[in-house]
Design a protein around this ligand. Structure first.
Ligand code: NAP
Length: 265
């Protein structure tokens, strides 16, 4: 049995992780940490009935006392860097779903994890469909170098652009370089700043934030007299759980940083 602690356990993603861990017979939920709901039952919050495990404050203390094998972090872009450092300092492996870490921070934390003989897994997107969307986007970019990304999320998402959009743009840019495929010049001059979106490695990214959306992304490729569009929709946060559970089971197999769910597929 792999002992799992959920950080951000009362959040939208954290409570789904609580349910998914409880439902898996190779995993044991040993506790959850958050900022609010301290003392309340983790199962009651997740809507699956009492589990006899209270939400706790303080990640470091909880790790020391509950001795998990793996911590799963779905907290906030502001908190995640410190949370990873705490896990490495306490010698526990960590699976990170929280977005917002920069490449520099990821690499730095990866080096620290390696020195501490711990495993750090980070995925901007745990949905298998979204991982496939990124993969086919890179394949297409070799033939259609002109690409733009539209990502659409609920209005409570704290960061923009999404980690998935940045990772997709990185993969498109790498595929273009490898194929020697050069995008057509963009001759538009913005009459209103931001109208052309953010540029990630010269791929325009447009972020939509509206109530009703969960997590969606479209990648538009323009060609000569043809348009190719690929789209993925996460309609429910359940869509991320097979990927999270896979990562929890695989994380300890490689010390240091592993970035992206495709490494486990
Ligand atoms: P959420 O509902 O706001 O949940 C975040 C939870 O973390 C809240 O319960 C919050 O507690 C708690 N928290 C905040 N700071 C904390 C800390 N220092 N220690 C422990 N708990 C802390 O957000 P969400 O929708 O679940 O999303 C969480 C993160 O996952 C976001 O970065 C989001 O972009 C990302 N995400 C990733 C994927 C993926 O596939 N990788 C998918 C969906 C979402 P309080 O409410 O009490 O402050």
């Amino acid at each position: 049995m792999i002992r799992v602690l959920v950080n951000g356990a009362d959040g939208r993603m954290g409570s789904q992780v609580v349910k998914a861990v409880v439902a898996d017979n190779e995993l044991e939920l040993v506790g959850g940490v958050s900022i609010s709901h301290i003392g309340e039952d983790l199962g009651e919050i997740a809507g699956i009935g009492a589990l006899g495990l209270a939400v706790r404050a303080g990640l470091g203390t909880a790790v020391d006392e509950l001795k998990p094998d793996v911590v799963v972090d779905f907290t906030t872009p502001q908190a995640v860097y410190g949370n990873v450092k705490t896990c490495i300092a306490h010698g526990v492996d960590i699976v990170v779903g929280t977005t917002g870490l920069t490449e520099k921070q990821r690499e730095e934390l990866g080096e620290e994890a390696k020195r501490g003989d711990t495993s750090l897994f980070i995925a901007p997107n745990f949905s298998i469909g979204a991982v496939l969307l990124m993969k086919v986007s890179a394949d297409i970019a070799a033939y259609f170098p002109d690409a733009e990304i539209i990502e659409l999320h609920h209005n409570n998402k704290l960061d923009a652009p999404s980690g998935t959009a940045v990772m997709t743009a990185d993969k498109i840019a790498a595929a273009r370089r490898k194929a020697g495929a050069v995008p057509a010049p963009d001759r538009t001059r913005e009459s209103l700043e931001g109208a052309r979106g953010a540029s990630v490695q010269a791929v325009p990214v447009h972020s939509v934030r509206l109530p009703g959306y969960v997590a969606h992304q479209e990648v538009l490729f323009g060609g000569y007299g043809e348009i190719l569009t690929v789209r993925h929709d996460s309609l429910d946060r359940k869509s991320f759980m097979p990927g999270v559970i896979l990562a929890v089971k695989k994380v300890s197999s490689r010390k240091g940083l592993t970035f992206g769910l495709e490494n486990y597929l």
